[in-house]
Unconditional design. Structure first.
Length: 318
């Protein structure tokens, strides 16, 4: 970067939550706001630990995606927000309108479901959690063991990047991931014009993948009610096409540009760009997760907000 260049970064807030014995230490840092930093802590006594344990059990017992679980999930998120976060932190978080990054050394508390009594933070803001440990909990080898361990199929990955040839960052992502995947086994790569409707479907039908990673744009067709990927030749791959042919039990990463997500109090998406975002994420996720005779995805990981196209703005790594 030359001396005359400046890298623009989105204003954001970093919330660090570190457990030390029976205390939770909180630090909030406002980036691009003169790095204002605030610290506080909360005692977690035996009674509080029991409450947390009961809440986590309730959280585990929720049926994924059932509407009747919405109020229970909200109550858990509200309890965590009101009982674990210091009051001054609660006040500042309620007023946030920028991305929030939560860094913690405690993997047991689902900070992603925090609810500020008005809305889930993850519905209102771009939100992420970074697990920071002194020793690694796992690596790609752990993924390989979990995916391949129950199957006789060897590790194999599919990497699709920048099919419209208009996302330089997606191409850089391919350069980073390809050697990582190739260390574990075979890696099929479709980048730019090499990623065609026919070739993607051909590989999905022919091979049983351990990991499928997509980096590029997604769109949503409101008339058809399906999300889709567009290729350079203008042909599209609809989400419902994928579910019928996926084989095995891959872990699927969808690193795609999404519209900002907004939800009404009843939990329905609003008729705006936010409506597209939940359909894009859920439609492809549901498509991969629907069981067929060939298989279904072990997990689908995707963004549910707009991801800036410029690497200099946001660095997103799965």
């Amino acid at each position: 970067m030359s001396s005359g260049e400046q890298r623009f970064r989105l204003p954001s807030v970093s919330l660090s939550v570190f457990r030390h014995g029976d205390e939770l230490h909180f630090t909030m840092q406002h980036k691009n706001y003169n790095h204002v930093q605030q610290e506080d802590y909360r005692k977690v006594n035996k009674s509080r630990r029991e409450q947390i344990r009961e809440l986590l059990y309730d959280f585990k017992e929720l049926d994924r995606g059932q509407l009747e679980d919405a109020e229970k999930l909200k109550s858990i998120g509200e309890w965590l927000f009101l009982n674990l976060l210091p009051e001054e932190f609660q006040k500042q978080i309620r007023e946030l309108d920028v991305p929030l990054s939560i860094k913690t050394n405690d993997p047991s508390i689902p900070w992603e479901i925090l609810h500020d009594t008005s809305d889930f933070l993850a519905m209102r803001l771009p939100l992420s959690r970074h697990l920071i440990l002194k020793s690694a909990m796992g690596s790609i080898n752990s993924i390989v063991d979990s995916v391949v361990g129950e199957s006789n199929a060897p590790f194999r990955s599919l990497l699709i990047a920048d099919p419209e040839e208009n996302l330089a960052f997606a191409r850089e992502e391919r350069k980073i991931l390809q050697p990582l995947f190739e260390k574990q086994g075979e890696c099929d790569v479709l980048m730019g014009r090499e990623a065609t409707h026919e070739e993607v479907l051909h590989l999905l039908r022919r091979n049983e993948y351990s990991i499928i990673h997509f980096a590029g744009h997604m769109n949503y067709d409101e008339e058809d009610g399906t999300s889709y990927i567009r290729f350079l030749d203008r042909r599209i791959l609809a989400s419902d096409e994928v579910g019928r042919i996926v084989r095995g039990n891959p872990i699927v990463f969808l690193n795609a540009c999404m519209a900002d997500f907004r939800s009404e109090t009843e939990g329905r998406p609003t008729p705006s760009q936010g409506r597209a975002s939940i359909h894009i994420a859920e439609s492809f996720a549901e498509s991969f997760m629907m069981p067929t005779q060939q298989g279904m995805a072990l997990a689908v990981i995707s963004t549910m907000w707009k991801v800036p196209d410029d690497q200099g703005v946001v660095d997103l790594t799965f």
